[in-house]
Design a protein around this ligand. Structure first.
Ligand code: ADP
Length: 306
């Protein structure tokens, strides 16, 4: 069985619900507020662990009050935290304000995530083996991501890259990617084409494959997802029809669950099955509020599909 390693961000999300956004200089009361663990890396790790995969978080927290809470929360959800580094200063924090119409403002403090150096990541290289599946996003310094991708490939591991938040991919990194997973916005930034419908997405995916990336999955919210690879396999997985109440972490759940399914069941042979599973996992997530707490378990996902 392949282990899953997630090289990425760990954040505390501070969510404030307000009636309307404050003007500069104005002080207002929130209607409701809470904080909960998030960060794309940590969310994907939780999704993989909840789907039954042996999952390791490779990232950093700070030395503030959030640090312990963030690592404990990961551990309680089944993620191995032995390799999480502790840096001086603040942990990653996302301050999210949501107004009465559902619009949001997000201020991201990279904190310890932004301090994760390529030298730090060298301590993890010995973990990677043939068959290891390693997930990356764009919430830690790019140099760290790229150097770690190289180490994974040298060890015979498999790299899954989710370039979120959206950024163009440096040319030298393209040969290091085994599977690229992008949403509509990320697909548009990378392909420089529209990708908002399945037919537009097919053209965007073809443009992305021309860069040399061997396979790409393009997710399109309730329109489902598109898989396309260099061997000519291409298919659409429809989204499950559910009553969505909060789409936070849909993409992260999709990726973590997909990685777990590839590791445990499909062994990279049955992409249709793995994508149907990932899409069920993400559909369940959007029916629940929150980030990590909304991510379903293997049993819940299998019961939903059955
Ligand atoms: P992101 O959260 O990264 O923007 P998407 O919105 O494309 O990602 O969602 C990822 C996947 O989650 C979709 O391909 C789909 O399978 C599932 N999904 C997202 N939104 C919904 C929804 N409203 N109903 C059902 N499935 C959804």
């Amino acid at each position: 069985m392949s282990n899953i390693y997630v090289v990425g961000s760990i954040n505390m999300d501070l969510v404030q619900q307000v009636q309307s956004f404050p003007q500069p200089g104005e002080t207002i009361h929130s209607v409701h507020s809470f904080y909960s663990p998030g960060g794309k890396g940590a969310n994907q790790a939780v999704a993989a662990a909840k789907s039954g995969a042996e999952t390791y978080m490779l990232g950093a927290v700070g030395s503030d009050a959030f640090a312990d809470e963030l690592t404990t929360s990961l551990m309680q959800k089944g993620v191995n935290i032995e390799q999480v580094l502790h840096k001086a200063g603040t942990s990653g924090v996302a301050t999210i304000t949501v107004d009465g119409s559902g619009q949001n403002h997000i201020i991201l403090t990279a904190g310890a995530n932004g301090e994760l150096t390529s030298e730090d990541s060298q301590g993890w290289y010995g973990l990677f083996k043939k068959g290891s599946i390693v997930l990356f996003q764009n919430e830690i310094p790019w140099r760290t991501t790229q150097d770690t991708m190289k180490a994974v490939r040298q060890a015979g591991g498999y790299t899954i890259f989710n370039p979120a938040p959206a950024m163009p991919i440096p040319e030298e990194a393209l040969p290091l990617i085994d599977l690229l997973v992008v949403n509509e916005t990320e697909a548009e930034v990378i392909s420089k084409r529209a990708a908002g419908t399945i037919s537009a997405a097919k053209q965007a995916a073809e443009t992305i494959l021309e860069t040399g990336v061997p396979r790409v999955i393009l997710t399109l919210g309730e329109q489902g997802s598109l898989y396309m690879d260099q061997d000519g396999l291409s298919f659409v997985t429809p989204a499950y029809s559910v009553h969505a109440v909060d789409t936070t972490a849909a993409g992260d759940t999709f990726i973590g669950a997909l990685a777990a399914r590839l590791a445990l069941t499909s062994q990279f042979k049955d992409w249709n099955e793995a994508l149907a599973y990932a899409s069920a996992a993400a559909a369940l997530t959007v029916t629940r509020r929150g980030a990590q707490e909304s991510i379903p378990t293997l049993q819940q996902i299998e019961a939903f599909i059955a």
